[in-house]
Design a protein around this ligand. Structure first.
Ligand code: GYE
Length: 307
């Protein structure tokens, strides 16, 4: 037979073919992250020939580096990392290289030399920021517009690149960034930071929220409603991810535009690990395409979204 309970061969019997992979996840900050973790666990399953050692570092960069060190000392066959922040990876990646353990990055990028990892698979965060910014510039035309920004985790690739792309796209527009602060990519963080902005500027003093992810936009919606404002009307909102709850808020008119960020990277990451261990050449960077959604477009696709 060929089922996963087969004991006379295959890779699901704990035999020598099983690939032991350590995966250092960021944590569990958002809906995007839950979907990404699920995708990774499904792809790195026993049925697919893997033994997965999973670690989620609660978004603490030092804890994530410790997790990678522990994978190295366990002698795993390969290491996959979703790096919380871009900087600080040189030493531990060198240690993995010294131990002959290949490293694949998924989702976020690092500033360390490309020689220190085999491949990276993820999204073009800068392009996501550009798409969000282009929508905002077109939406507000030449109207004077006061914008606040809910930034992702400080020092993370998506926070850096989404800020850069957006700012480039709105350069020369009538949009003025009046404040910007990190909400850590969480719903609570977005809510707390937005409460502070509303206290400072009032509902009338803010026209637009740019949230680096849907979860922070959802937190901002709660804060705006609690302050007596109508999200999507009094204050417009643009965010990134297109997870279920974000898309629902878009359909409900509380968010105005969402740029997608596809979290389903597991199969691509697992394929890269297998190819690298088989000695095959792999691409250094593997980009997954993103779309974007207006409220009308979201209503059409929401039921068929896989995450
Ligand atoms: O947008 C956010 C998550 O790194 C692309 O991390 C990922 C980001 C995603 O917490 O929701």
């Amino acid at each position: 037979g060929c089922g996963s309970s087969d004991s006379d061969g295959g890779s699901a019997d704990g035999g020598g073919d099983t690939i032991k992979v350590g995966f250092a996840q960021t944590g569990s900050e958002s809906g995007w992250r839950s979907a990404n973790t699920e995708s990774m666990k499904e792809a790195f399953s026993e049925e697919n020939g893997f033994e997965l050692v999973f670690n989620a570092a609660d978004n603490d960069p030092a804890a994530q580096i410790s997790a990678v060190r522990s994978f190295i000392s366990q002698g795993v066959d390969a290491i996959v990392i979703a790096p919380i922040v871009e900087d600080g990876w040189d030493d531990v990646l060198q240690e993995a290289a010294d131990a002959d353990i290949p490293v694949i990055l998924e989702d976020r990028t690092v500033t360390a030399s490309e020689d220190l990892y085999e491949s990276w698979v993820g999204l073009d965060f800068k392009k996501e920021g550009v798409m969000a910014g282009e929508w905002a510039a077109a939406e507000f035309g030449s109207e004077p517009t006061k914008m606040v920004v809910l930034e992702g985790t400080t020092g993370s690739a998506p926070a850096n690149d989404r800020a850069e792309g957006f700012d480039e796209a709105i350069a020369g527009s009538s949009i003025e960034k009046i404040d910007s602060q990190t909400g850590e990519f969480t719903r609570d963080g977005g809510k707390t930071v937005m409460e502070g902005f509303l206290q400072k500027y009032g509902v009338d003093g803010i026209d637009l929220v740019y949230a680096h992810n849907d979860d922070m936009a959802l937190g901002a919606i709660e804060a705006i409603e609690a302050a007596g404002g109508v999200p999507g009307e009094d204050i417009k909102i643009v965010s990134i991810d297109a997870v279920k709850d974000g898309m629902q808020a878009l359909v409900d008119g509380k968010i105005n535009f969402i740029v997608e960020c596809n979290p389903l990277l597991g199969d691509l990451a697992a394929e890269l690990v297998k190819d690298v261990l088989a000695g095959e050449e792999v691409e250094k960077t593997v980009y997954v395409e993103d779309q974007s959604f207006t409220q009308e477009q979201a209503a059409e696709v929401i039921d068929s979204r896989p995450y």
